[in-house]
Design a protein around this ligand. Structure first.
Ligand SMILES: CNC(=O)c1cccc(C)c1Nc1nc(N2CCN(c3ccccc3Cl)CC2)nc(N2CSC[C@H]2C(=O)NC)n1
Ligand code: NI
Length: 208
């Protein structure tokens, strides 16, 4: 895998040139599970993906590297059919009594490099982000509710091979489902109602 060799080189910083766009085959392929113990390359790949998300959310680095902001990334988006995703969801800044923004105690609500992630159970109730979804591999706005499970239980392994089981709701639930979709060759707009993109059906939760 010469792609992975390039991405995991010590001096390499993943940027938008490394992110494949709609039409690139790996966005519609089902990725392969990674074996444990992980190779150094697969450990470094996860770390480089997380570093990209941190840079994409940092105004200075995002500007310097020309990055779009993201809270999730899947290896399929780097041209690799491996079940590796990274999720970095920031906490909202707190506001003090004078109304000044104060950095939250914990910078991130979620920070996970997930290997072989899968949804093992989910709520009957659906949910969607009120404002729709974006994707770093999609260079256009596609309006509409991206209908997903409101709450999911996700099993994955961390870089040490530890099996983890987490329950998610809200924005994090939407993000992790979006990234797991990528490892299954599914794009966010596959979940938008073609007839009426803003239809709210069967008790669907709208997430602000
Ligand atoms: C069409 N309207 C819209 O897209 C949309 C429009 C408005 C609001 C939202 C909330 C929308 N939706 C949406 N916004 C995001 N970001 C908001 C900005 N943010 C960010 C940007 C810069 C610095 C730091 C950060 Cl934190 C990065 C994340 N991310 C996702 N998704 C869908 S799930 C995976 C996740 C993803 O990482 N996409 C690249 N959707
Ligand atoms: Ni995406």
């Amino acid at each position: 895998q010469e792609i992975q060799a390039k991405l995991t080189a010590a001096a390499h910083l993943i940027d938008m040139n490394d992110i494949v766009r709609e039409g690139y085959p790996t966005l519609r392929e089902v990725a392969t599970e990674v074996d444990f113990p992980l190779s150094q390359e697969d450990i470094i790949l996860g770390e480089k993906m997380m570093e990209f998300l941190r840079n994409s959310q940092d105004p200075v680095m995002a500007e310097k590297l020309g990055l779009r902001g993201g809270v999730g990334l899947a290896a399929n988006q780097l041209g690799l059919t491996k079940r590796v995703i990274a999720v970095l969801v920031p906490n909202d800044p707190e506001v003090d009594e004078e109304g000044n923004e104060v950095a939250p105690a914990e910078a991130y609500k979620m920070q996970e490099i997930m290997y072989n992630a899968k949804v093992v159970s989910h709520s009957v109730q659906d949910a969607a982000l009120e404002v729709g979804e974006g994707c770093l591999s999609v260079d256009r706005e596609i309006p509409g509710f991206v209908v997903r499970h409101a709450r999911v239980t996700v099993e994955y392994q961390d870089k040490n091979g530890e099996k983890k089981k987490i329950r998610l709701k809200g924005f994090e639930s939407m993000c992790v489902q979006h990234e797991i979709d990528h490892t299954n060759g599914v794009m966010f707009y596959d979940h938008i109602n073609a007839e009426n993109p803003w239809a709210i059906q069967d008790g669907m939760l709208v997430i602000k």
